[in-house]
Design a protein around this ligand. Structure first.
Ligand SMILES: Cc1cc2nc3c(=O)[nH]c(=O)nc-3n(C[C@H](O)[C@H](O)[C@H](O)COP(=O)(O)O)c2cc1C
Length: 214
C-alpha cells in the first residue's frame, strides 16, 4: 500500500478552479486504479496550523542546535518547531506526491511556499555533503498540476514561468527521480477555448493517474 500526499494551494472552490478540477479528476482516477492506497489531502488554504519560518522558529532551532532541551523553548517556539517536524515527517512517510497550484504572478501561491519551507529540512529530506546538497527522497515520485491563464510552454514566455519550474527544481533537489507535470494553460488568452483546454487536461490527468498508480 502506497501513501499519496495530495497537496493543494488554492482558496477557490473546485468548480471555479481549473487546477482543482483537473486535480480532483486525477485523484479519482488514481483511486479507481489503486483503491487500497492511502490518500492524505492537505488543503493549505484551510490548514489552520501552517507555520512560516520566523523568529520563533529560528530561536527554537537555535536552542536545540546548542543542545538545549525541548522544554527550554518558549511555547510559541515549541508549537512551531514541532509542527514543522510533524509536517516534514508526514512528507517523508509518503511515497507519492501530487501538488496542485495556480500560477500567481509568475510563481506559486505563498501558502505553497510556506509548506515547502516546512518540508525542506536538512537531515530529513536532503543533506549537505562535501560535494554539495544531496536529496534523500530517492524512492518517491511526484506530479505537479498547474493552471495558468497565459501560455508559457513555448516561446520567450517560458523564461517567465517560475511556478512549475520551481516545483520541479525543488522536488529534484530533494532527490525525487520521477517528476511530471500536467499544465492547463491559455484559458485567459483564449476564453472561448477554455472548456476545450480543460477537457484535454482532464483526459491527460486520467491517463497520468493510471500510470502514477503503478
Ligand atoms: C493573483 C493572481 C495572479 C495571477 N498571475 C498570473 C500570471 O502571472 N500568469 C498567468 O498566466 N496567469 C496568472 N493568473 C491567472 C491564473 O493563473 C488563472 O486564472 C488560472 O486558471 C488559475 O488557476 P485556477 O483556475 O486553478 O484557480 C493570476 C491569477 C491571480 C488570481
Amino acid at each position: 500500500m502506497a501513501i499519496l500526499l495530495y497537496v493543494t494551494a488554492n482558496p477557490k472552490i473546485k468548480s471555479e478552479s481549473f487546477s482543482l478540477t483537473v486535480g480532483r479528476e486525477f485523484l479519482n482516477a488514481y483511486c479507481q486504479q489503486a483503491p487500497g492506497d492511502r490518500i492524505i489531502e492537505l488543503d493549505l488554504y484551510k490548514m489552520e496550523n501552517l507555520p512560516n519560518i520566523d523568529t520563533d522558529v529560528f530561536n527554537g532551532w537555535g536552542k536545540l542546535e546548542k543542545g538545549e532541551s525541548f522544554d527550554k523553548l518558549s511555547s510559541a517556539e515549541k508549537s512551531k518547531v514541532s509542527r514543522i517536524s510533524e509536517l516534514t515527517d508526514q512528507f517523508v512517510s509518503a511515497n507519492k506526491y501530487v501538488f496542485v497550484t495556480p500560477l500567481w504572478n509568475l510563481s506559486i501561491p505563498p501558502k505553497m511556499k510556506s509548506y515547502i519551507d516546512t518540508v525542506c529540512i536538512a537531515g530529513k529530506t536532503f543533506k549537505y555533503t562535501e560535494n554539495g546538497p544531496v536529496g534523500l527522497l530517492t524512492d518517491k515520485k511526484a506530479i505537479h498540476i498547474q493552471a495558468r491563464g497565459g501560455v508559457y510552454s513555448k516561446g520567450p514566455a517560458r523564461e517567465f514561468e517560475f511556478g512549475d519550474r520551481y516545483i520541479r527544481a525543488l522536488l529534484s533537489f530533494l532527490g525525487i527521480p520521477e517528476i511530471n507535470s500536467i499544465i492547463v494553460e491559455g484559458m485567459a488568452q483564449a476564453p472561448d477555448k477554455a472548456e476545450e483546454i480543460k477537457a484535454r487536461a482532464i483526459e491527460q490527468a486520467k491517463q497520468a493517474a493510471r500510470a502514477f498508480a503503478l
